[in-house]
Design a protein around this ligand. Structure first.
Ligand SMILES: Cc1cc2nc3c(=O)[nH]c(=O)nc-3n(C[C@H](O)[C@H](O)[C@H](O)COP(=O)(O)OP(=O)(O)OC[C@H]3O[C@@H](n4cnc5c(N)ncnc54)[C@H](O)[C@@H]3O)c2cc1C
Ligand SMILES: C[S@@+](CC[C@H](N)C(=O)[O-])C[C@H]1O[C@@H](n2cnc3c(N)ncnc32)[C@H](O)[C@@H]1O
Length: 656
């Protein structure tokens, strides 16, 4: 797994203008774009400098990578050019990096000066993410235009990208004022994303930039510059040396997948694939979708925050924000979304822990709409009754009936099935085995009858995946029970109160408390022992709330989580464990890329207790991998959820 690095605070840019009225950075002492015309510059330097739109004509996917998102004017001009071009590529990916993004209100002021782009800039601002570190994926125009924003330092961001670029827009401030955007390590990192023929363009004609790009393998020429700039640089990647690991882009030619399991994961995968025009056979053993854990009465979606912004926090943040956006899109024609974004209080585990929460809140300085410290008094006011202690307050988090999200995603998949058919749902069919037949996988029932055949299979069937293939990991099936509490006598909070378990606000007179973690139990029915555990926790978080409630009289729901040893999900190409075992001598010191994979077999399972926050982004990452599109996740997060990580660890320990 690639190394951890300390949390990075995202500080917004300062809105300022120079004497000519051009947006200006006091920090760098430079303007954001040519004083002659921002849009003229975008067309002359960046689009034409990369021979666009001609180069994207007729392609399925075209990927632009930009250093310096700024006001987003290059993005908006490129999106508009794509819209205006009848020969446009089917899908445009624009990946851009920004260390100091503007606040949404400042973007409004800046975009107001470009009325011709108003229909697009208003959509960009509506989708503008909170200023939090990491990658943010935004979809536009029926998902045919995708903007992936990296709020990060340029070099770190580029090193983390999992993509192959078709064109680079280099748009830092002037090289003498902003050397980090023009450094040799950055050019080398960009070159690692390039394929032969990938183009590059920049407004700068500085000798150091030309030399740096040449040194990284680009062939560079001077072209006439825009406005008052005499020259600019343009070029293409053509290294004069052999590249040891050139980036490869291998997409499936026959875009047809079997997805096993119609819970949160399977519905998300079906929706992401269908939106890209894949044919999907979705097989579910139950008589309706959401038959298992995703069928519980309610589940909580919320961020995870840690002082060191660890992998879990970063993955959950990206997943939570992406889920909010895709669920909204999936429900675009629904007046009342099924979720309750009432906010979630995550109570601290004791006074010392609360002090650490307060300290982390200051250090991380996350936007207040995402996460902040709530004292016990704040928390009690939010909950509408006394809570035991303060903790984190996540204002836009909440709870939902997971089946509503599954339905919404399946509906979205049917309505937005790209150029392909709507997913075919096979209910009441249990996949008992998978067989490889030439280039196709065949999913068969217990009698050996074929349910569907396709070149690609996605295991979205939680713990049952291990019955169909050796996952190369220990997966635990952990029972959980929720208790349904009538109000009154139970005194429910106004917001979700979590910590050790959770208590939800009442819906139709019933509050859900949960969920137990019963390591040794397989009991499929609710039982009084687990109800007592839930009541006890509720009482500890909300003193006095459970008085008069009798555990023996309660109703509830039971489900089983699928949990990997590190509690992160298994998403990506499945490893051929037998092959790795027999070839282990040759795999000493192996990296992820060296692991033998089972052709056409992918996983999207082991979502533990965070399926709501994780499944949509995991599905997008998987669909991006299948279509060789830029990943919405950085290498470190992709590695963290790679199904091969346990095999790799075992190989490194000599224990496979
Ligand atoms: C009590 C409890 C409380 C929870 N609370 C929360 C919460 O608050 N927030 C949160 O985010 N998560 C919560 N979770 C976890 C969440 O429910 C899971 O992460 C999520 O449901 C996993 O979704 P999934 O689609 O991967 O698996 P599942 O929902 O288990 O779906 C797998 C599907 O595959 C089908 N299937 C399995 N095998 C086959 C086969 N061979 N052939 C055909 N179909 C098959 C099953 O019938 C099922 O429909 C909770 C879990 C439990 C048990
Ligand atoms: C010239 S402006 C980009 C204008 C932009 N392309 C547009 O279309 O509006 C340069 C941008 O690079 C960003 N930047 C400067 N140094 C950076 C760094 N080290 N990492 C990431 N972004 C950086 C600045 O914050 C600024 O927004």
């Amino acid at each position: 797994m690639r190394g951890e690095r300390p949390a990075r605070r995202i500080v917004p840019a300062t809105l300022a203008f120079d004497a000519s009225g051009t947006p200006f950075s006091p920090q760098f002492g430079d303007v954001y774009h040519s004083a002659d015309s921002a849009i003229g510059q975008a067309h002359h330097v960046f689009l034409h400098g990369n021979d666009l739109p001609a180069r994207w004509a007729g392609k399925r996917v075209f990927t632009v990578v930009e250093t310096g998102f700024g006001l987003g004017l290059n993005f908006l001009a490129t999106w508009q050019a794509w819209r205006d071009d009848p020969q446009r590529c089917a899908r445009l990916h624009f990946v851009s990096i920004e260390r100091w993004p503007f606040a949404r209100a400042d973007l409004s002021t800046l975009h107001a000066r470009h009325a011709e782009l108003a229909p697009l800039s208003s959509q960009l601002r509506a989708a503008w993410p909170p200023l939090l570190p990491g990658l943010h994926r935004l979809h536009f125009d029926d998902e045919r235009v995708t903007l992936t924003l990296a709020f990060d330092e340029a070099l770190e961001a580029v090193r983390g990208f999992a993509l192959v670029a078709d064109a680079f827009y280099l748009d830092g401030f002037a090289p003498d004022r902003n050397p980090a955007m023009w450094s040799a390590p950055l050019f080398r990192a960009l070159a690692r994303l390039a394929a032969p023929g990938t183009t590059v363009a920049t407004y700068s004609a500085a000798a150091a930039v030309r030399d740096g790009l040449t040194g990284a393998g680009f062939v560079i020429e001077k072209r006439s510059g825009f406005g008052r700039k005499r020259d600019m640089l343009s070029g293409h990647y053509a290294p004069r040396w052999a590249v040891p690991r050139p980036p490869v882009r291998v997409a499936w030619r026959e875009r047809h997948a079997i997805v096993i399991g119609a819970g949160l994961s399977g519905a998300a995968v079906a929706s992401r694939l269908a939106a890209r025009g894949w044919r999907v056979d979705l097989i579910e053993r139950g008589t309706a979708p959401s038959g298992a854990a995703s069928g519980l009465r309610a589940g909580v979606f919320q961020p995870h925050v840690s002082r060191d912004d660890n992998l879990l926090s970063r993955f959950t943040r990206a997943g939570f924000l992406y889920a909010m956006r895709t669920w909204s899109d999936a429900l675009d024609d629904v007046a009342t979304p099924p979720w309750h974004r009432c906010g979630v209080l995550q109570l601290a585990d004791g006074a010392e822990n609360e002090a650490r929460v307060a300290d982390a809140a200051v250090a991380l300085a996350h936007p207040v709409e995402y996460a902040l410290h709530a004292t016990r008094a704040d928390a009690s006011a939010l909950a509408g009754r006394e809570v035991a202690i303060g903790g984190w307050w996540f204002p836009v988090a909440g709870f939902v009936r997971p089946a509503a999200i599954v339905q919404a995603q399946l509906g979205h998949a049917a309505r937005h099935a790209g150029s392909g058919p709507a997913p075919m749902l096979h209910l009441d069919r249990d996949v008992a085995s998978l067989q490889r037949d030439g280039d196709l996988w065949s999913a068969r029932d217990a009698a050996g009858a074929e349910i569907a055949a396709a070149p690609v299979v996605v295991l979205a069937n939680a713990g049952d995946a291990a019955r169909l293939v050796d996952p190369g990991a220990d997966l635990r099936r952990i029972r959980g029970q929720q208790s349904y509490l009538r109000t009154p006598p139970f005194a429910a909070p106004r917001v979700v109160v979590g910590g050790d378990g959770y208590v939800l606000p009442a819906v139709d007179g019933i509050a859900v408390a949960g969920a137990t973690y019963d390591l040794e139990s397989d009991d499929p029915c609710p039982n009084a022992v687990s109800h007592a555990v839930n009541l006890d926790r509720a009482e500890r978080m909300l003193p006095g709330s459970a008085a008069g409630v009798d555990a023996a009289t309660l109703d509830g729901g039971v489900g089983f989580r699928c949990v990997a040893a590190d509690r992160l999900p298994m998403v990506g190409a499945m490893v051929d464990v037998d092959h790795a075992r027999t070839g282990r001598a040759a795999l000493t010191g192996a990296h992820f890329a060296d692991l033998p994979r089972i052709r056409g077999l992918y996983g999207a399972f082991a979502f533990a207790s965070r399926g709501l926050s994780w499944s949509a982004l995991s599905a997008e990452a998987l669909a991006s991998e299948l279509d060789a599109e830029p990943s919405p996740l950085s290498h470190s997060l992709l590695d963290a959820i790679d199904p091969g990580r346990f095999v790799l660890k075992a190989l490194r320990r000599g224990a496979l």
